[in-house]
Design a protein around this ligand. Structure first.
Ligand code: CP
Length: 308
């Protein structure tokens, strides 16, 4: 494999905590270099990637697939609904099989928090694991594309005021982002329903009402309401949530002229954000999706470099 200078080297990418600040910045800069077509990349042999999604996905699944194909990897089709998962095959055994088949990289999304631990601890499994989201745990590739989008806009994280607003307790995006953004020097604020906030997040930032912070933030990071993880708790009507916690047109107009809005998507329109604001000038929601391909190329490149 030919990897040009500057690439990060990784065995797995399962959480943001395992990355140093230098590795995070390295991946962001590499993602930007892929976006600007400044990377010359080629492979020395056939490499296989499989995307194993046990939870629904549009962006993460398909942007990993685009990234894999742009890098020249052979993508192995996998559909959990028609696989031997139906016959009781465990996640460990599915990944063990992929490894035995010679699959080099498995991108995995699964509802179980920390599902990856037994996979990366295994002595037999040789395939690299890239976490495409574990339950309410982590979503490192989403975090890196969010960081790339912020870095592309502001050139630094130091002293940026970033509000993370919404269903924080259930959001793996929020958990990945709050830790690394604080480590990179940003000032974090949290907002949203109290029942979807936990005091365990106090070490990363301050919990405030959205109306107390909306005119001061550089980045307003909205979160999707994770209905599938609520077990019936904390239900709001769409209108109530939008009025009390969402980005209304009135709140949009209070944002600084330099402020940006982010959302990992899928968006619940007129709930977390007014329908008319999804593609508004301050919105970077489409840019996030575009950046996702390039930062995932950087992640895959780092994993391939780790194999040399
Ligand atoms: N942001 C995100 O993870 O989207 P998908 O669930 O569509 O992958």
């Amino acid at each position: 494999m030919v990897v040009t200078d500057g690439a990060v080297s990784l065995k797995h990418l399962v959480s943001m905590e395992i990355l140093s600040n230098e590795e995070v910045l390295g991946l962001i800069k590499r993602g930007l270099a892929f976006k600007e077509k400044k990377v010359h990349f080629s492979l020395d042999r056939q490499y296989f990637a499989a995307n194993l999604f046990f939870e629904s996905s549009t962006r993460t699944h398909k942007s990993f697939e685009v990234a894999e194909k742009k890098l020249g990897l052979d993508v192995i089709e996998f559909d959990a609904k028609t696989s031997s998962v139906n016959k009781g095959e465990t996640l460990y055994d599915t990944i063990l099989t992929m490894s035995a088949l010679g699959v080099d990289i498995c991108v995995v999304r699964h509802s179980q928090d920390d599902y990856y631990k037994e996979l990366i601890d295994s002595r037999t499994i040789q395939t690299s694991i890239v976490n495409g989201g574990d339950g309410s745990g982590q979503h490192p590739s989403q975090c890196l594309l969010d960081l790339m989008t912020i870095y592309d806009e502001f050139g630094s994280f130091e002293n940026l005021k970033i509000a993370i607003a919404g269903d924080i307790t259930h959001s793996r995006v929020a958990k990945s982002n709050m830790q690394i953004l604080k480590r990179l020097g940003a000032q974090i604020y949290f907002s949203g329903p109290e029942e979807w906030y936990s005091s365990e997040f106090d070490v990363y930032g301050k919990y405030v009402a959205i109306d107390d912070i909306v005119d001061q933030v550089d980045v307003l990071m909205l979160l999707r309401i994770q209905h599938e993880r609520h077990d019936g708790q904390g239900s709001f009507s769409k209108e109530t949530y939008h009025e009390h916690y969402g980005l209304t047109k009135e709140r949009y107009d209070q944002l600084k002229s330099s402020a940006i809005i982010m959302h990992p998507a899928p968006v619940n329109r007129d709930v977390e954000i007014a329908d008319s604001l999804v593609e508004a000038p301050k919105s970077r929601i489409v840019a996030q999706m575009q950046n996702g391909v390039f930062v995932r190329m950087a992640i895959l490149e780092a994993i391939l470099k780790g194999k040399t």
